[in-house]
Design a protein around this ligand. Structure first.
Ligand code: DLL
Length: 432
């Protein structure tokens, strides 16, 4: 049981952090060159050798990896360690093409658990906490990652997995869970149930660690109020480790990247040019300690901004803002770029729930976009005049945010299916 607030690393001088990163990067590039022929070939094609990489300043010379490379190299082409050293795989849901499979050595798992332990400690966790892990277990990284982090701290861990809401609430009450880990969508649903069943005074939750999907500040407020907790964001992706690549501290102003294991860059997604810190662009990660699946310059497709400003929590680890969405989540409707997160932000701002669905279609040659959003029980009305008035107000608010006409449908409470994992927010019928 260690101390997972590692001040000497998390609050180190930025020059020191860069020096550690440089040292690890140089070693990692050599390792990949020798052990991953797929990437070596990419380096050769670009005319780069390990001797060209002397530190972080040379990172830009390395080729990128993308989801397409992962598919090409499927299943073993990017594995770095011999098969006998691999102890685990995790995988993505594979909703958009072939599954991604990531490999871990025991040391990779230990590092990953440490990263998640840091996240739990940053959310106030100690060995006295009861950590309810309600992310899915199995191939998805959510359950395994937070479970491992909670064990490292020595907290009592409830490996609930997602679903079976009655049992979740019963354990939460009977065992006095203090920290809840799940997707924000599921947290929101659990919050709704806690309110309805009058459980707020019976539960002991103090914090929640929510990630795996985009969620707005307004949704954070809503979850915090419903569950009576402080809600912390956590970021990660299967290709790089799983949850714990970055985590939020008590300031709740962006997620600190675990820079002793991952180097973050922001690039222009079109030109692939590296952008200065503070610019919006696509997040790219380089794994500098992982051996089972050592990805260099992996393009995440998450659109985000980094900040090097020292955080008032004392940590100097670079911070990433909440990703505003994935470049592949972005909808182009009537020629305009629309992120589902922009719509969510308007809905919550106008007092609606985070239970909504966006349906995009094409009628003849014209795109249409419809938003179905539930009314909160206390605002529910079936008076058609009042409904039309409310819908009109929402149409105007969405138009001012997006610049296009969105058809709004206010629907009854509980009529949109709840999600126990990542929510399905968008149905794009143009692609069906
Ligand atoms: O979602 C890992 C994870 C599990 C993170 C539990 C946090 C908590 P994947 O299924 O591979 O891995 O999906 C990765 O999810 O590229 C982002 O687009 C999105 N994502 C993850 N965390 C956040 C977050 C896990 N905090 C993809 N905010 C990433 C916004 C997030 N999007």
């Amino acid at each position: 049981m260690g101390n997972y607030y590692q001040e000497e690393i998390e609050c180190a001088d930025r020059g020191q952090i860069r020096a550690w990163q440089s040292e690890r990067l140089v070693e990692q590039v050599k390792f990949v060159w020798e052990n991953v022929p797929y990437y070596r070939k990419k380096m050769e094609e670009k005319g780069v050798t390990p001797e060209d990489i002397k530190g972080v300043d040379d990172l830009y010379k390395l080729p990128f990896l993308s989801k397409a490379d992962l598919r090409d190299a499927y299943p073993y082409g990017l594995m770095g360690a011999p098969k006998e050293d691999i102890v685990r795989i995790q995988s993505t849901s594979g909703t958009t093409g072939r599954r991604v499979i990531a490999f871990y050595t025991q040391n990779d798992i230990d590092i990953w658990d440490d990263c998640c332990a840091r996240a739990i400690v940053a959310a106030g966790g100690t060995k006295d906490d009861v950590v309810q892990v309600s992310y899915g277990y199995g191939l998805f990284t959510g359950g395994a990652g937070l479970n491992g982090g909670s064990h490292k701290i020595g907290s009592m861990t409830l490996p609930m997995s997602s679903g079976n809401t009655d049992r979740q609430l019963q354990f939460m009450e009977d065992l006095g869970s203090t920290i809840l880990c799940c997707t924000p969508s599921y947290a929101s649903y659990l919050g709704e149930c806690v309110e309805e069943r009058g459980l707020k005074d019976k539960i002991k939750l103090k914090a929640g660690i929510f990630g795996a999907e985009a969620w707005s500040e307004e949704m954070r407020q809503d979850i915090q109020n419903k569950l009576g907790i402080k809600a912390y964001d956590i970021y990660g992706l299967t290709e790089i480790a799983g949850p714990g690549v970055a985590f939020e501290c008590e300031e709740q102003r962006g997620m600190h990247v675990n820079e002793d294991h991952f180097i973050a860059e922001i690039i222009d997604p079109d030109t692939e040019e590296v952008l200065p810190v503070g610019s919006y662009g696509e997040l790219v990660f380089t794994s500098i300690t992982k051996k089972g699946f050592p990805l260099l310059r992996y393009r995440t497709r998450d659109i985000c901004v980094l900040s090097e400003e020292k955080c008032s929590c004392g940590r100097t680890l670079i911070r990433m803002a909440k990703p505003m969405g994935r470049s592949d989540d972005m909808l182009i409707v009537k020629g305009v770029n629309v992120f589902p997160s922009q719509i969510e932000s308007v809905l919550l701002d106008q007092g609606y729930t985070s239970n909504y669905q966006i349906v995009v279609d094409r009628v003849k040659t014209t795109d249409t976009i419809d938003v179905y959003v539930e009314m909160a029980a206390e605002n529910f009305t079936d008076n058609l005049g009042k409904l039309a008035q409310k819908e009109k107000a929402l149409v105007a608010a969405l138009k001012s945010m997006l610049g296009i006409l969105v058809n709004v449908h206010l629907v009854e409470p509980k009529s949109i299916t709840r999600s126990e994992g990542k929510a399905v927010r968008v149905i794009d019928k143009r692609k069906i």
